[in-house]
Design a protein around this ligand. Structure first.
Ligand code: MG
Ligand code: MG
Length: 272
């Protein structure tokens, strides 16, 4: 059952999402060759707690850390460890926070130093597909419209769209109805209604869409060991249109990137 949210609840969810957004901004500052993913995890946990929230993933379904950190061929659910990131790596960081009883949950794939042009392209196309998906999250559309748009865009670039892992409704639970696959058919699936909040999160592989799970029970990698990217936003359906609750603005501020990609999905200018 879809749990629609009131305006007041959506404002609380915005607060949770912005804590995650700021945490990812801190990650952007810290990510460089030599830093370990466990160091990033500790920084993120401290930052979230210092801002009056709880890490959303720690202990969820038994997950052992604050961040899911997934470098290179890891798709999602990587466990932080003592291995340093290397120049030319990419690293997907997925982060959750719980405040006022509501979850924020979003993700960004970072470049570590200089990366190969074909890897940069994967990141760019995956992020573009996220916004293409978000623009389909509107009144009278259905779950399949978002999935179809993401899948078409990524497959037209020759990339693989992961099937086994999907976006989701978000609220008092990390994973609520409906499931939001990154593939699908136009006009199929549950209809979007005012007050819904979802996490839209394309997981896109440079090669095959097929994946494998590691013996640790968590880490997912691509079957062909080619790189994978993951971008995730939290979006509310308000006045029939998608409105972003999360932002990459703190990441861009840290990295000195100018971007207006979020502008059309915001009602008002974001105050940093
Ligand atoms: Mg996530
Ligand atoms: Mg999610």
């Amino acid at each position: 059952m879809i749990e629609v949210k009131t305006r007041d609840e959506i404002e609380l969810m915005r607060e949770s999402a912005l804590i995650v957004s700021r945490t990812l901004g801190e990650m952007a500052k810290a990510i460089k060759p030599g830093v370990t993913t466990l160091q990033l995890d500790k920084m993120a946990e401290e930052y979230i707690r210092d801002h009056g929230a709880e890490p959303g993933f720690l202990g969820l379904y038994g997950f052992p850390n604050t961040l899911c950190v997934s470098p290179n061929s890891q798709v999602v659910h990587g466990i932080p460890n003592a291995n340093p990131l290397l120049e030319g790596d990419i690293v997907s960081i997925d982060c959750g926070a719980l405040k006022n009883g509501f979850y924020g949950d979003h993700a960004y794939t970072f470049a570590v130093g200089e990366i190969a042009p074909e890897t940069q392209k994967l990141l760019q196309v995956t992020k573009e597909s996220l916004y293409i998906g978000i623009s389909e999250f509107k009144a009278n559309n259905r779950v399949g419209d978002v999935g179809y748009a993401i899948q078409q865009y990524c497959e037209n670039h020759g990339y693989g769209v992961v099937r086994e892992l999907v976006g989701h409704g978000l609220g008092k639970k990390m994973h609520e109805d409906p499931e939001m696959p990154n593939y699908g058919k136009r006009g199929k699936g549950k209809k979007f209604v005012e007050g819904m909040v979802v996490a839209i999160e394309p997981m896109i592989n440079m090669g095959t869409h097929r994946i494998k799970q590691h013996l640790d029970g968590w880490t997912i990698t691509t079957l062909d060991n080619k790189p994978s990217a993951h971008f995730e936003h939290n979006v509310a359906l308000l006045d029939g249109k998608p409105e972003l609750l999360s932002t990459f603005a703190f990441i861009y501020e840290a990295l000195g990137i100018k971007s207006d990609e979020e502008t059309i999905f915001r009602k008002e200018a974001l105050i940093l």
